[in-house]
Design a protein around this ligand. Sequence first.
Ligand code: NIG
Ligand code: FE
Length: 436
Amino acid sequence: MASRMAHKVMQARKGTPEGSGLLVIDNPNEMITVAGNNRKPRRGESLQDIGIMKEAALVIKNGIISEVGPRKEVLASVDTDNAIIIDAAGKTVMPGFVDPHTHLVFAGSRENELRWKIEGASYIDIASKGGGILSTVNATREASSDELLALASNRLDIMMRHGTTSIEVKSGYGLNVEAEMMILEVARALSEEHKADVSTTFLGAHAIPPEFKDHPEGYVDQVIDRMIPRVADEELADFCDVFCEEGFFDVEQSRAILEEGKTYGLVPKLHADELSDVGGANLAAEVGAISADHLEKSSDGGIGQMAEANVVGVLLPGTSFSTNIGYADARRMIDLGLPVALATDFNPNCWTKSMQFMISLACYKMRMFPAEAVVASTINAAHATGRARDVGSLETGKQGDIIILDIENHEQIPYRFASNHVDMVIKRGEIVHTRV
Ligand code: NIG
Ligand code: FE
């Protein structure tokens, strides 16, 4: 595994701009720049400010956005004979989606659980019937790293065709030292070989593995004493996450794991208050997490503390859709001042690769306005993964990560739901997908 990956790293090293020369995107019906004060995650009114330009053009030079502005001025300033010019008339141009919460690396599939859900089983009921996370852990432990890499890479290809150009990937289906390391190595390999930007999160504390069923504290010790140091030593993750929930990891255990991660430079994230209000939002604020995700059952108090501590709330409406747990009340959270982002939570319990569908659910089910959902799936999602300096808006100096949608305006993204509107995907100035 290690040598194969080293080889791949050499073949496709990131950091060098992959797009060369000039690429011009001309005259979309809406150029959604999401430009403005993007140093901090957007909240309140600024969530609705998506910087729409009409009669605009954008230039990417060597993978980086070099100009965006009125088309007459922009076109006059470039050597159009030496540029690829994309006519976007009638279409919508926007930053590539950032998906800040996924569990991309696993084997197996759990469509058998759908019947149980239809019959009324809860997430916990399904876990106690032998389904849920632990059934995916069994399938994942049996897979080779090459198999896992092929599965994850194929999933990421499909996500990219749906407009996702940056993604966060968590471990959490290994639950022992070797398997957790393997999953993170797969995620890192993906980051080297795939066109998409991939950030990685260590989620060893996703569930108590069967070996520790009768002494869960032993597993918490293993996460703290053996896994975190290795993850940090081998530079396999940027973030440390915990599934803080009744029957999984309580607040005290979660705090201990996240604090230990911090001492190794792993930035905290949290699966918080998904099935019950256990105080996850409060904990995220206390430990200074970059994001707390789910929040379906969080109290106003917890949301208020997150807002004060500048923790991004990553909302996962796909999970509510697939798990019958009710939706997070995004409108209320926005009113409480929370900076919100959206993510797919792609995992075997929530098998969606489409940020466009998340935007539809956010609007129809969580009372977000279309413009807010656009900000939540671009610049705020970039903030949730520490990438806002490079991606998430169309501004000079940022990566040329752009999607062209075959719709007239951003409101049609949620409104024309459950379709893929992506015509073209441009990553670092390179056209990586064109719809035929
Ligand atoms: O974010 N809630 C915990 N983890 C995942 C689900 C994992 C699974 O069911 O396999 C989530 O929804
Ligand atoms: Fe998750």
